[in-house]
Design a protein around this ligand. Sequence first.
Ligand SMILES: [Zn+2]
Length: 215
Amino acid sequence: MPSNMIFRMEPFEDRELNQILSDSMKELNSFYGINWNQHIPRLVVVPNRKTVELWKQGDNHGWITGWLEGRSVYVVDRTALQTEANKTAETDQYRALIKHELSHAFYNIVAKGGRGPVWLQEGVAVYSSGQNSFRTRPAVFHQCLEFYSRGGKDVYTESGYMIQLLVDTFGKKTLLNLIGKTKEANSPEEFDHLFESIYGSKPTYQYFNNLSKNN
Ligand SMILES: [Zn+2]
């Protein structure tokens, strides 16, 4: 048994985090069209990078700042983010980071145990948490669709805007319909067919670049 496998946890009060949690729950309930108000997610603040690395051992994709386990959202302490990762953690961005991870929990409920491609999961979390406003819209979509079953930091640059295009063009209900059916698709080919049955085309770069031209 490796050392450093035991962690201590205790509750604390934080008005700002409490506000972020309750606002996010309200906004995400509205976004996903559900009413999740019992057994709601817990927020666990992880104090520093070292703790993240020990917690995530064997499963570390670099400097992770937030993640979801079951229905618990883990987020690195805001001050540690600024001092150790040299990341800007302005209130709005920190709020969006927490909302992003919460959004994954909502997605999982709407997907009823389905998952869909990583670009869809991350794109929906980025879009619904408002993180697009901290990123530049890509001129061309050309790398995001590679992220079907693997993650990576490059998935975030395009996926949020791809979802925004789908919502702006076809509405949110259509997107929720797709998420709700991901369980039916057990391979990239099956997902292509599912996507085509809803949006009229397979999800290709050309498809998203065309949507982009018209928006
Ligand atoms: Zn995510």
